[in-house]
Ligand binder design. Sequence first.
Ligand SMILES: [Zn+2]
Length: 206
Amino acid sequence: MTGVSHTDPVGTKFGKRIMEYLNAACAKWRAETNIDFSLYGTPMESTTYRFAKKLQDRFGIIPHVTDKSYITNSYHVHVTEPIDAFDKLTFEAQFQKLSPGGAISYVEVPNMQNNLQAVMALIQHIYDNIMYAELNTKSDYCQECGYSGEIEIVEDESHKLIWKCPNCGNTDQSKMNVARRTCGYIGTQFWNQGRTQEIKERVTHL
Ligand SMILES: [Zn+2]
């Protein structure tokens, strides 16, 4: 709508106006109906792929708008946008205030077992700045070779996204354990292609 990310001051202002408009609509409906309407930052699991496909059907492929197989949840900073964990949470906090029905923010982190000080600093930052936030880490396991760490997403010959053990090359999903936060919870059931692309494109924030 503005040509810039909502982390740009112009985009931030516009994003907040949208949120305020939606909150005003909820207030109006509450007054009219005596039903407690509220704005909710939905992380709805399958919607990210379905809405992306429907938008492509209707508007075609518009670069940086409808060119992915997923859309971004609520006010979240785009998964491919470089931003550090602390800035991301401080930024998203102002939008959580406008999501009184519920909201969640995440930061993507690598294996943090050897840097617990950073984990503690981040948790303190969450406590001081934002209502609800979580750290996404990777703790996958390959049943073929015993590798423990991050199982990778790669394209096969038909450009389908598949999961592959970086240690032994295993691509059999029934012989690996992969856990990723996909919305409000951690999923281990494997995902549709849109969600898998979104997971593949996530940058780490710490
Ligand atoms: Zn393996």
